[in-house]
Each structure stands twice: as structure tokens, then as C-alpha cells.
Design a protein around this ligand. Structure first.
Ligand SMILES: Cc1cc2nc3c(=O)[nH]c(=O)nc-3n(C[C@H](O)[C@H](O)[C@H](O)COP(=O)(O)OP(=O)(O)OC[C@H]3O[C@@H](n4cnc5c(N)ncnc54)[C@H](O)[C@@H]3O)c2cc1C
Length: 250
């Protein structure tokens, strides 16, 4: 569901506080949240990528931080976050970060993690995030991918409707565990079916686009976490499971 204008305005105020433009600093420090399209990408992530329950909680949090009544109940001060000056906004967020109330800490982590991930990983407004140059990162390669030789390709059977198949053993998940079990059983002569919920990627479909690939190849687009958001759960989703995303080429 689309964020309302009021929710977007609060989101913008939060992003501007977490990623403030620092006048007089280097090119990088002068960048604002808007230069990096943080608020619009974050709104899109909430509207399209978060689980429905998490999206509802996120929107509730946006309404809460800008509600004088809610702030009065929680902290005794009837303030609206978006009406505060920049110093007061920082103190407000620091208080949520360190709050004894788990709900406030969770809300702080939700917005901080998503905003900063987008700040550095998203392609930005013109496909080249301005923070990359400042960090010395040349950005994703524009060279066309090297095609995988046809004889190395698996031939997955996409299942997008009811289907009937027969086999000796079904292995659910094609990660480190499932892949090894399937290989052993099949080597022992069993007819094995591996069920995988995620996509099948090869060198022709992988891209160096961090944000797009995170969303495609990680559980819940990389946003999976414990309920209170104190731990992020990075787990692969796709042919190969975690083994597809857990290594760094030499
Ligand atoms: C970023 C990252 C870095 C890592 N670095 C290292 C490292 O350096 N060294 C190391 O030893 N380990 C590392 N790991 C951990 C390692 O990858 C995992 O421990 C390992 O892959 C777990 O294997 P698994 O088979 O239990 O699960 P996974 O590899 O996670 O595979 C589970 C698969 O099952 C699929 N699946 C789940 N539920 C269903 C369902 N209901 N229906 C169909 N499919 C389903 C998922 O989509 C997934 O593809 C890393 C993991 C990550 C995410």
C-alpha cells in the first residue's frame, strides 16, 4: 500500500537526520539524503518489498514519531519529529536508539538499517550512486556477463501451477545441506527431486547491482531479522542457497 504524503514527509525528515548534508565538507559529506534518493527508495521498499506485517509496523512507527500525543505518552513531550530542528532530531533518534523500551530501539534499527543500506547500495537517481566515487568504488561493471557454457547449466523445471511429479526422495532447499544430500542420494541411485523456492541464476543473469541482487538472492530481500530487529538474518535464497552468496572470489 502506498505511503501517505504525511508518512512520506516524516520519512524524509528521518532520512535527512540519519544522512545529513554537511555544508563545507567534502563532496561526499555535502551529499544529502535526497541526492541519494534515500527517501523515495525507502518508501518503495516499504510499499513493495517488506513483509506485510513489517510494512504495517514501519508505517505505524512513521505516524508515531510525528504524533505529539504519542510522543507525550512516551516521553512527556508533545513534539512532532518533523517540526524539530536538526540537533533536536538527532537527540530524539539517539534516545530511541538507547531507549529501555524495545519498541523504540526496534523502530530506530528499522529505519536506520534500511536508510543506510539504500544510501550506499542503491544505484541512485542516475544509476551511479554519488557515494561510490567518494568511496573509491568504481560501481558495477558495465561489461556484458560471460555466458555459462550450455553443458554446465542445470535444467530447472519452473513450477508456477499445480504439478505432479514422481521420485524416490524430495529434498527441500538446494543450499549447502540440501545440495550435498541430493548429490549423495542421487549418486546412490535414488531418483531425487530438489525443491527450491528462489531463482536460478547463472553468469548470464548475475549482475553487480548490490541492491537488486540483495533483493533477489537473500531471504526477504536481505531484510530478514529477529522480531526485535536486534539481529539481522542474512540467508541465501535461490539455487545453491547460501553457497551462492557466501564466497568472495580470490
Ligand atoms: C552472506 C553469507 C556469508 C557466509 N559466509 C560463510 C563463510 O565464509 N563460511 C561458511 O562456512 N559459511 C558461510 N555462510 C553460511 C553458509 O552459507 C550456510 O551455513 C549454509 O549455506 C547453510 O546451508 P543450508 O543448506 O542449511 O541452508 P541454505 O544454504 O540457506 O539453503 C536453504 C535453501 O532452501 C531454500 N528454501 C527454504 N525454505 C524453502 C521451502 N519451503 N521451499 C523451497 N525452498 C526452500 C532457500 O531458498 C535456500 O536456497 C555464509 C552465509 C551467508 C548468507
Amino acid at each position: 500500500m502506498e505511503l501517505t504524503d504525511a508518512e512520506r514527509a516524516t520519512l524524509k525528515a528521518l532520512c535527512d537526520t540519519l544522512f545529513p548534508s554537511i555544508p563545507g565538507g567534502s563532496d561526499f559529506l555535502r551529499l544529502s539524503a535526497s541526492d541519494l534518493a534515500i527517501e523515495s527508495s525507502l518508501a518503495e521498499a516499504v510499499e513493495r518489498s517488506l513483509q506485510p506485517g513489517s510494512a504495517r509496523d514501519f508505517r505505524r512507527m512513521l505516524r508515531a514519531v510525528d504524533s505529539p500525543a504519542y510522543n507525550f505518552i512516551l516521553s512527556g513531550r508533545p513534539v512532532k519529529f518533523s517540526s524539530l530542528g536538526s540537533g533536536a532530531r538527532e537527540r530524539y533518534l539517539q534516545a530511541w536508539r538507547d531507549s529501555p523500551f524495545a519498541l523504540k530501539r526496534t523502530a530506530f534499527q528499522a529505519v536506520k538499517r534500511l536508510a543506510l543500506f539504500i544510501a550506499y547500495a542503491s544505484p541512485g537517481l542516475d544509476g551511479r550512486n554519488p557515494s561510490w566515487g567518494a568511496l573509491g568504488y568504481p560501481g558495477p561493471s558495465r561489461d556484458p556477463p560471460v555466458p555459462t557454457p550450455e553443458n554446465l547449466l542445470l535444467k530447472p523445471i519452473p513450477v508456477d501451477a499445480d504439478a505432479k511429479m514422481s521420485c524416490d526422495v524430495v529434498v527441500v532447499g538446494s543450499g549447502a545441506g540440501g545440495g550435498a544430500v541430493a548429490e549423495s542420494l542421487s549418486g546412490a541411485g535414488y531418483d531425487v527431486l530438489v525443491l527450491e523456492q528462489g531463482p536460478y541464476d547463472t553468469s548470464t543473469t548475475f549482475r553487480q547491482d548490490e541492491m537488486g541482487m540483495m533483493q533477489r538472492l537473500f531471504q526477504q530481500g536481505g531484510t530478514a531479522a529477529t522480531v526485535d530487529l536486534s539481529f539481522v538474518l542474512l540467508a541465501g535464497r535461490g539455487a545453491g542457497g547460501g553457497t551462492t552468496v557466501n564466497w568472495i572470489p580470490a
